[in-house]
Design a protein around this ligand. Structure first.
Ligand SMILES: CC(C)(COP(=O)(O)OP(=O)(O)OC[C@H]1O[C@@H](n2cnc3c(N)ncnc32)[C@H](O)[C@@H]1OP(=O)(O)O)[C@@H](O)C(=O)NCCC(=O)NCCS
Length: 383
Protein backbone atom coordinates (compact mmCIF):
# COMPACT_ATOMS: atom_id res chain seq x y z
CA UNK A 1 0.00 0.00 0.00
CA UNK A 2 1.34 3.44 -0.89
CA UNK A 3 2.26 5.75 1.95
CA UNK A 4 0.09 8.86 2.16
CA UNK A 5 1.56 12.06 0.78
CA UNK A 6 2.21 14.83 3.30
CA UNK A 7 1.82 18.47 2.40
CA UNK A 8 4.76 20.21 4.04
CA UNK A 9 3.21 23.70 4.06
CA UNK A 10 2.13 22.90 7.58
CA UNK A 11 5.76 22.54 8.69
CA UNK A 12 7.31 25.56 10.36
CA UNK A 13 10.41 27.08 8.82
CA UNK A 14 12.13 27.24 12.20
CA UNK A 15 14.47 24.51 13.31
CA UNK A 16 12.27 21.61 14.29
CA UNK A 17 13.24 18.85 16.68
CA UNK A 18 10.92 15.92 17.09
CA UNK A 19 11.02 12.37 18.36
CA UNK A 20 13.02 11.28 15.30
CA UNK A 21 15.90 13.29 16.85
CA UNK A 22 16.66 15.04 13.58
CA UNK A 23 17.05 18.77 13.09
CA UNK A 24 15.37 20.33 10.09
CA UNK A 25 17.42 23.07 8.54
CA UNK A 26 15.91 26.42 7.67
CA UNK A 27 14.57 27.71 5.36
CA UNK A 28 12.82 24.74 3.79
CA UNK A 29 10.96 25.41 0.52
CA UNK A 30 7.27 25.43 1.47
CA UNK A 31 5.68 24.22 -1.76
CA UNK A 32 7.20 20.77 -1.37
CA UNK A 33 5.33 17.52 -0.76
CA UNK A 34 6.74 14.23 0.60
CA UNK A 35 5.46 10.85 -0.44
CA UNK A 36 6.08 7.44 -1.90
CA UNK A 37 6.82 7.89 -5.60
CA UNK A 38 4.11 7.21 -8.15
CA UNK A 39 5.20 5.23 -11.27
CA UNK A 40 5.83 8.52 -13.10
CA UNK A 41 7.80 9.95 -10.16
CA UNK A 42 9.80 6.71 -9.87
CA UNK A 43 11.14 7.35 -13.33
CA UNK A 44 12.22 10.86 -12.30
CA UNK A 45 13.80 9.45 -9.14
CA UNK A 46 15.78 6.88 -11.15
CA UNK A 47 16.96 9.64 -13.50
CA UNK A 48 18.20 11.70 -10.54
CA UNK A 49 20.04 8.63 -9.23
CA UNK A 50 21.46 7.99 -12.73
CA UNK A 51 22.94 11.48 -12.80
CA UNK A 52 24.52 10.98 -9.34
CA UNK A 53 25.65 7.34 -9.43
CA UNK A 54 25.27 6.11 -13.00
CA UNK A 55 28.36 7.31 -14.82
CA UNK A 56 29.19 3.69 -15.76
CA UNK A 57 25.88 3.25 -17.61
CA UNK A 58 23.71 5.30 -19.96
CA UNK A 59 20.73 6.98 -18.29
CA UNK A 60 18.35 4.55 -20.02
CA UNK A 61 20.38 1.53 -18.83
CA UNK A 62 20.57 2.89 -15.29
CA UNK A 63 16.79 3.41 -15.23
CA UNK A 64 16.34 -0.16 -16.51
CA UNK A 65 18.76 -1.37 -13.82
CA UNK A 66 16.74 0.29 -11.06
CA UNK A 67 13.49 -1.13 -12.46
CA UNK A 68 15.07 -4.60 -12.64
CA UNK A 69 16.55 -4.38 -9.10
CA UNK A 70 13.21 -3.30 -7.66
CA UNK A 71 11.61 -6.49 -8.93
CA UNK A 72 13.79 -9.05 -7.14
CA UNK A 73 12.70 -11.44 -4.35
CA UNK A 74 13.96 -8.99 -1.69
CA UNK A 75 12.58 -5.83 -3.24
CA UNK A 76 9.21 -6.69 -4.78
CA UNK A 77 5.88 -6.42 -2.91
CA UNK A 78 6.97 -3.34 -0.94
CA UNK A 79 10.44 -4.68 -0.12
CA UNK A 80 11.82 -1.60 -1.83
CA UNK A 81 10.03 1.75 -1.60
CA UNK A 82 10.99 4.84 -3.54
CA UNK A 83 10.48 8.11 -1.66
CA UNK A 84 10.51 11.65 -2.98
CA UNK A 85 9.97 15.32 -2.40
CA UNK A 86 8.24 17.11 -5.24
CA UNK A 87 6.67 20.43 -6.06
CA UNK A 88 3.02 20.61 -4.96
CA UNK A 89 1.99 22.20 -8.24
CA UNK A 90 4.24 20.04 -10.43
CA UNK A 91 4.25 16.47 -9.08
CA UNK A 92 6.51 15.17 -11.82
CA UNK A 93 9.26 17.59 -10.71
CA UNK A 94 11.12 15.45 -8.19
CA UNK A 95 13.52 17.49 -6.07
CA UNK A 96 14.98 14.86 -3.79
CA UNK A 97 14.71 11.08 -3.53
CA UNK A 98 15.87 7.93 -1.75
CA UNK A 99 14.84 4.30 -1.47
CA UNK A 100 14.33 2.01 1.51
CA UNK A 101 15.09 -1.70 1.17
CA UNK A 102 13.73 -4.06 3.81
CA UNK A 103 15.83 -6.80 5.40
CA UNK A 104 15.40 -9.30 8.21
CA UNK A 105 17.15 -8.50 11.48
CA UNK A 106 17.76 -10.80 14.42
CA UNK A 107 17.84 -8.80 17.59
CA UNK A 108 19.08 -10.00 20.94
CA UNK A 109 18.74 -8.12 24.21
CA UNK A 110 18.49 -9.15 27.83
CA UNK A 111 14.85 -10.23 27.22
CA UNK A 112 15.85 -12.72 24.55
CA UNK A 113 16.06 -13.06 20.82
CA UNK A 114 13.51 -11.98 18.20
CA UNK A 115 13.18 -11.26 14.51
CA UNK A 116 12.64 -7.62 13.56
CA UNK A 117 12.45 -5.49 10.43
CA UNK A 118 15.37 -3.38 9.31
CA UNK A 119 15.88 -1.13 6.30
CA UNK A 120 18.80 0.07 4.25
CA UNK A 121 18.40 3.59 2.88
CA UNK A 122 19.97 3.93 -0.54
CA UNK A 123 20.32 6.34 -3.45
CA UNK A 124 19.84 9.59 -1.50
CA UNK A 125 19.94 12.32 -4.14
CA UNK A 126 18.82 15.92 -4.53
CA UNK A 127 18.68 17.52 -7.97
CA UNK A 128 21.84 19.60 -8.46
CA UNK A 129 20.05 22.94 -8.65
CA UNK A 130 18.31 22.39 -5.30
CA UNK A 131 21.20 21.17 -3.16
CA UNK A 132 22.03 22.91 0.11
CA UNK A 133 18.42 23.96 0.72
CA UNK A 134 17.70 21.32 3.31
CA UNK A 135 15.75 19.01 1.00
CA UNK A 136 17.62 15.76 1.65
CA UNK A 137 17.45 16.52 5.38
CA UNK A 138 13.71 17.03 5.07
CA UNK A 139 13.31 13.86 3.04
CA UNK A 140 15.25 11.85 5.64
CA UNK A 141 13.19 13.41 8.43
CA UNK A 142 10.01 12.08 6.81
CA UNK A 143 11.52 8.74 5.96
CA UNK A 144 12.50 8.45 9.66
CA UNK A 145 8.87 9.10 10.62
CA UNK A 146 7.74 6.37 8.23
CA UNK A 147 10.37 3.96 9.59
CA UNK A 148 9.19 4.60 13.16
CA UNK A 149 5.54 4.29 12.14
CA UNK A 150 4.19 2.13 9.30
CA UNK A 151 7.65 0.75 8.44
CA UNK A 152 7.97 -0.79 11.95
CA UNK A 153 11.75 -0.55 11.73
CA UNK A 154 13.86 -1.69 14.65
CA UNK A 155 16.90 -0.19 12.96
CA UNK A 156 17.81 1.47 9.66
CA UNK A 157 21.21 1.91 8.08
CA UNK A 158 22.91 3.54 5.17
CA UNK A 159 26.37 3.34 3.70
CA UNK A 160 28.15 6.53 2.70
CA UNK A 161 31.22 8.72 2.99
CA UNK A 162 29.05 11.61 4.24
CA UNK A 163 28.96 10.55 7.87
CA UNK A 164 28.57 14.08 9.25
CA UNK A 165 25.62 14.89 7.02
CA UNK A 166 23.80 11.71 8.07
CA UNK A 167 24.75 12.19 11.72
CA UNK A 168 23.02 15.59 11.65
CA UNK A 169 19.94 13.77 10.43
CA UNK A 170 19.95 11.06 13.07
CA UNK A 171 22.05 8.23 11.57
CA UNK A 172 25.16 7.60 13.67
CA UNK A 173 28.34 6.49 11.90
CA UNK A 174 30.05 3.23 12.84
CA UNK A 175 33.47 3.51 11.18
CA UNK A 176 35.05 0.18 10.32
CA UNK A 177 37.93 -1.23 8.33
CA UNK A 178 38.31 -3.41 5.24
CA UNK A 179 41.03 -5.60 3.82
CA UNK A 180 41.85 -5.23 0.15
CA UNK A 181 43.77 -7.81 -1.81
CA UNK A 182 45.52 -6.81 -5.01
CA UNK A 183 47.91 -8.58 -7.37
CA UNK A 184 47.99 -11.50 -9.73
CA UNK A 185 46.95 -14.84 -8.29
CA UNK A 186 48.06 -16.68 -11.45
CA UNK A 187 51.70 -16.58 -10.35
CA UNK A 188 50.94 -18.23 -7.02
CA UNK A 189 52.77 -21.33 -5.92
CA UNK A 190 52.74 -23.43 -2.75
CA UNK A 191 49.11 -24.40 -3.36
CA UNK A 192 47.89 -27.21 -1.20
CA UNK A 193 46.74 -29.74 -3.81
CA UNK A 194 44.35 -31.52 -1.40
CA UNK A 195 42.55 -28.26 -0.74
CA UNK A 196 42.69 -27.21 -4.40
CA UNK A 197 41.04 -30.41 -5.57
CA UNK A 198 38.06 -29.94 -3.22
CA UNK A 199 37.30 -26.40 -4.42
CA UNK A 200 34.17 -25.91 -6.47
CA UNK A 201 32.63 -22.80 -8.01
CA UNK A 202 29.24 -21.66 -6.68
CA UNK A 203 26.41 -20.71 -9.02
CA UNK A 204 23.01 -19.10 -8.49
CA UNK A 205 21.52 -22.50 -7.67
CA UNK A 206 23.74 -22.98 -4.60
CA UNK A 207 22.88 -19.75 -2.80
CA UNK A 208 19.53 -20.64 -1.23
CA UNK A 209 20.77 -23.76 0.53
CA UNK A 210 24.05 -22.23 1.74
CA UNK A 211 22.33 -19.10 3.04
CA UNK A 212 19.77 -21.20 4.90
CA UNK A 213 22.60 -23.11 6.61
CA UNK A 214 24.42 -19.87 7.41
CA UNK A 215 21.30 -18.22 8.87
CA UNK A 216 20.53 -21.30 10.94
CA UNK A 217 24.03 -21.48 12.41
CA UNK A 218 24.10 -17.72 13.03
CA UNK A 219 20.85 -18.07 14.99
CA UNK A 220 22.27 -20.92 17.04
CA UNK A 221 25.42 -18.92 17.70
CA UNK A 222 23.52 -15.78 18.75
CA UNK A 223 21.46 -17.83 21.18
CA UNK A 224 24.68 -18.64 23.03
CA UNK A 225 25.94 -15.03 23.17
CA UNK A 226 25.61 -13.51 26.63
CA UNK A 227 23.94 -10.09 26.63
CA UNK A 228 24.22 -7.69 29.57
CA UNK A 229 21.25 -5.65 30.77
CA UNK A 230 20.78 -2.70 28.34
CA UNK A 231 22.96 -4.16 25.56
CA UNK A 232 21.63 -4.99 22.11
CA UNK A 233 23.11 -7.20 19.42
CA UNK A 234 21.57 -6.92 15.96
CA UNK A 235 22.36 -9.25 13.10
CA UNK A 236 21.39 -8.48 9.51
CA UNK A 237 20.50 -11.96 8.38
CA UNK A 238 22.49 -13.06 5.31
CA UNK A 239 19.41 -14.45 3.59
CA UNK A 240 19.43 -15.70 0.00
CA UNK A 241 17.23 -12.72 -0.98
CA UNK A 242 19.78 -10.23 0.38
CA UNK A 243 22.81 -11.99 -1.10
CA UNK A 244 21.07 -12.44 -4.46
CA UNK A 245 20.17 -8.76 -4.82
CA UNK A 246 23.87 -7.94 -5.13
CA UNK A 247 24.23 -10.77 -7.67
CA UNK A 248 21.30 -9.38 -9.66
CA UNK A 249 23.02 -5.99 -9.80
CA UNK A 250 26.30 -7.56 -10.96
CA UNK A 251 24.46 -9.66 -13.57
CA UNK A 252 22.67 -6.63 -14.97
CA UNK A 253 25.72 -4.37 -15.10
CA UNK A 254 28.02 -7.17 -16.32
CA UNK A 255 25.66 -7.83 -19.22
CA UNK A 256 25.48 -4.15 -20.13
CA UNK A 257 29.21 -3.50 -19.89
CA UNK A 258 30.68 -6.82 -21.00
CA UNK A 259 27.86 -8.53 -22.87
CA UNK A 260 27.83 -11.41 -20.37
CA UNK A 261 26.91 -12.08 -16.73
CA UNK A 262 29.24 -13.49 -14.06
CA UNK A 263 28.36 -17.18 -13.66
CA UNK A 264 30.57 -17.83 -10.64
CA UNK A 265 29.02 -16.36 -7.50
CA UNK A 266 31.61 -17.73 -5.13
CA UNK A 267 33.57 -20.84 -4.24
CA UNK A 268 33.25 -23.65 -1.74
CA UNK A 269 35.56 -26.15 -0.10
CA UNK A 270 33.43 -29.31 -0.04
CA UNK A 271 30.63 -28.64 2.46
CA UNK A 272 33.06 -27.26 5.05
CA UNK A 273 33.70 -23.67 3.92
CA UNK A 274 32.55 -21.22 1.30
CA UNK A 275 32.41 -17.62 0.34
CA UNK A 276 30.15 -15.66 -1.98
CA UNK A 277 31.25 -12.55 -3.84
CA UNK A 278 29.69 -9.89 -5.98
CA UNK A 279 31.24 -7.96 -8.84
CA UNK A 280 31.04 -4.21 -8.35
CA UNK A 281 31.78 -2.87 -11.82
CA UNK A 282 31.26 0.74 -10.73
CA UNK A 283 33.77 0.62 -7.89
CA UNK A 284 35.98 -1.79 -9.86
CA UNK A 285 36.22 -4.35 -7.15
CA UNK A 286 35.12 -7.88 -6.24
CA UNK A 287 33.49 -7.79 -2.81
CA UNK A 288 33.52 -10.84 -0.56
CA UNK A 289 29.94 -10.84 0.63
CA UNK A 290 30.27 -13.52 3.26
CA UNK A 291 32.70 -16.21 4.33
CA UNK A 292 31.62 -19.27 6.33
CA UNK A 293 33.85 -22.00 7.67
CA UNK A 294 32.98 -25.17 9.56
CA UNK A 295 36.52 -26.51 10.03
CA UNK A 296 37.71 -27.11 13.59
CA UNK A 297 41.48 -27.27 12.98
CA UNK A 298 42.69 -23.68 12.89
CA UNK A 299 45.74 -24.04 10.64
CA UNK A 300 43.73 -26.04 8.07
CA UNK A 301 40.93 -23.47 8.31
CA UNK A 302 43.33 -20.60 7.55
CA UNK A 303 44.80 -22.51 4.58
CA UNK A 304 41.30 -23.06 3.23
CA UNK A 305 40.47 -19.36 3.59
CA UNK A 306 43.67 -18.49 1.71
CA UNK A 307 42.66 -20.89 -1.08
CA UNK A 308 39.15 -19.38 -1.23
CA UNK A 309 40.59 -15.85 -1.39
CA UNK A 310 42.95 -16.89 -4.19
CA UNK A 311 39.92 -18.10 -6.13
CA UNK A 312 38.35 -14.67 -5.55
CA UNK A 313 41.54 -13.04 -6.90
CA UNK A 314 41.29 -15.19 -10.02
CA UNK A 315 37.64 -14.25 -10.49
CA UNK A 316 38.54 -10.56 -10.14
CA UNK A 317 41.26 -11.00 -12.78
CA UNK A 318 38.81 -12.72 -15.14
CA UNK A 319 36.61 -9.62 -15.00
CA UNK A 320 39.42 -7.07 -15.01
CA UNK A 321 38.62 -5.95 -11.46
CA UNK A 322 41.84 -4.78 -9.78
CA UNK A 323 40.86 -5.48 -6.16
CA UNK A 324 39.21 -8.05 -3.92
CA UNK A 325 37.78 -6.52 -0.76
CA UNK A 326 36.47 -8.09 2.42
CA UNK A 327 34.73 -6.33 5.29
CA UNK A 328 35.20 -9.40 7.46
CA UNK A 329 38.04 -8.60 9.87
CA UNK A 330 37.72 -11.68 12.05
CA UNK A 331 40.99 -13.07 13.42
CA UNK A 332 40.81 -15.94 10.89
CA UNK A 333 40.51 -13.55 7.95
CA UNK A 334 43.29 -11.29 9.28
CA UNK A 335 45.58 -14.31 9.62
CA UNK A 336 44.67 -15.57 6.16
CA UNK A 337 45.28 -12.09 4.71
CA UNK A 338 48.70 -11.99 6.39
CA UNK A 339 49.55 -15.37 4.88
CA UNK A 340 48.27 -14.27 1.48
CA UNK A 341 50.45 -11.18 1.51
CA UNK A 342 53.51 -13.07 2.75
CA UNK A 343 56.55 -14.19 0.76
CA UNK A 344 55.04 -17.51 -0.30
CA UNK A 345 52.44 -15.60 -2.30
CA UNK A 346 54.70 -13.29 -4.22
CA UNK A 347 52.78 -10.68 -6.22
CA UNK A 348 49.82 -10.45 -3.83
CA UNK A 349 49.46 -7.45 -1.52
CA UNK A 350 46.95 -7.22 1.30
CA UNK A 351 46.17 -3.96 3.01
CA UNK A 352 43.90 -3.02 5.88
CA UNK A 353 42.37 0.45 5.63
CA UNK A 354 39.36 2.42 6.80
CA UNK A 355 36.26 1.63 4.73
CA UNK A 356 35.32 4.38 2.33
CA UNK A 357 31.63 3.77 2.91
CA UNK A 358 30.78 3.83 6.58
CA UNK A 359 27.62 2.23 7.90
CA UNK A 360 25.46 4.74 9.79
CA UNK A 361 22.69 3.51 12.05
CA UNK A 362 19.45 4.84 13.43
CA UNK A 363 17.50 2.88 16.02
CA UNK A 364 13.75 3.16 16.25
CA UNK A 365 12.57 6.56 17.51
CA UNK A 366 16.07 7.94 16.96
CA UNK A 367 17.13 6.79 20.42
CA UNK A 368 20.89 6.70 21.00
CA UNK A 369 21.98 3.24 22.09
CA UNK A 370 25.54 3.28 23.38
CA UNK A 371 25.87 -0.43 23.83
CA UNK A 372 24.34 -1.66 20.59
CA UNK A 373 26.33 -3.63 18.04
CA UNK A 374 25.71 -4.85 14.52
CA UNK A 375 27.44 -8.17 13.95
CA UNK A 376 28.45 -9.39 11.50
CA UNK A 377 29.03 -6.08 9.71
CA UNK A 378 30.00 -7.40 6.30
CA UNK A 379 29.63 -6.46 2.65
CA UNK A 380 26.58 -8.68 2.05
CA UNK A 381 24.44 -6.12 3.87
CA UNK A 382 25.45 -3.18 1.65
CA UNK A 383 22.85 -2.00 -0.86
C1 LIG B 1 24.18 14.43 -0.42
C2 LIG B 1 22.96 15.14 -0.98
C3 LIG B 1 21.85 14.14 -1.14
C4 LIG B 1 22.51 16.23 0.00
O1 LIG B 1 21.31 16.79 -0.51
P1 LIG B 1 20.83 18.27 -0.08
O2 LIG B 1 19.42 18.39 -0.44
O3 LIG B 1 21.77 19.26 -0.64
O4 LIG B 1 21.01 18.14 1.47
P2 LIG B 1 20.68 19.25 2.54
O5 LIG B 1 20.42 20.54 1.86
O6 LIG B 1 19.66 18.72 3.44
O7 LIG B 1 22.03 19.29 3.33
C5 LIG B 1 23.25 19.51 2.59
C6 LIG B 1 24.10 20.46 3.33
O8 LIG B 1 23.49 21.71 3.26
C7 LIG B 1 23.25 22.21 4.57
N1 LIG B 1 21.97 22.88 4.50
C8 LIG B 1 20.80 22.37 4.76
N2 LIG B 1 19.86 23.31 4.61
C9 LIG B 1 20.45 24.42 4.22
C10 LIG B 1 20.02 25.70 3.88
N3 LIG B 1 18.74 26.02 3.92
N4 LIG B 1 20.93 26.59 3.49
C11 LIG B 1 22.24 26.27 3.43
N5 LIG B 1 22.69 25.05 3.74
C12 LIG B 1 21.82 24.15 4.14
C13 LIG B 1 23.19 20.98 5.43
O9 LIG B 1 23.51 21.29 6.77
C14 LIG B 1 24.21 20.13 4.79
O10 LIG B 1 25.48 20.53 5.22
P3 LIG B 1 26.68 19.48 5.24
O11 LIG B 1 26.88 19.00 3.83
O12 LIG B 1 27.82 20.29 5.75
O13 LIG B 1 26.27 18.37 6.15
C15 LIG B 1 23.28 15.86 -2.32
O14 LIG B 1 24.47 16.60 -2.19
C16 LIG B 1 23.44 14.90 -3.49
O15 LIG B 1 22.47 14.55 -4.15
N6 LIG B 1 24.67 14.45 -3.75
C17 LIG B 1 24.94 13.50 -4.84
C18 LIG B 1 24.48 12.12 -4.46
C19 LIG B 1 25.14 11.66 -3.19
O16 LIG B 1 26.35 11.74 -3.04
N7 LIG B 1 24.32 11.14 -2.28
C20 LIG B 1 24.77 10.61 -1.02
C21 LIG B 1 25.18 9.22 -1.21
S1 LIG B 1 25.06 8.32 0.25
Amino acid sequence: MAYRHIDLETISNDHVRDNSNSVLPTPVPTDVVFGEATPDQRLQCYKLAAAAFGSHLSEADFVDRETFLNDQPLTRNGGCRVWCLYRANAPSTVLSTCRTIRRAILLKDSHGIREEIGYCIVSVVTSTEHRGQGLASLLLHHVAQWLDGPGQAAVSMLYSNREEFYAKNGWVAMPAAEISITGKSSIQHNHDSRIESALEALGDGDITQLCARDVQSLRSHIETVAIAQGDILATILPTAELISLQHARADFVGLKLNGTTPQRKGVRYASKAWLYWHHDFRKQCLYIQRLRTYVKNKSIRIKIIVALFLQACQEAERWGLPRVVTWDLSSDVCEAAKLLGSGSNEGITTREARRKETMSLRWTGGVQLKSAAIAPNEAYAWN
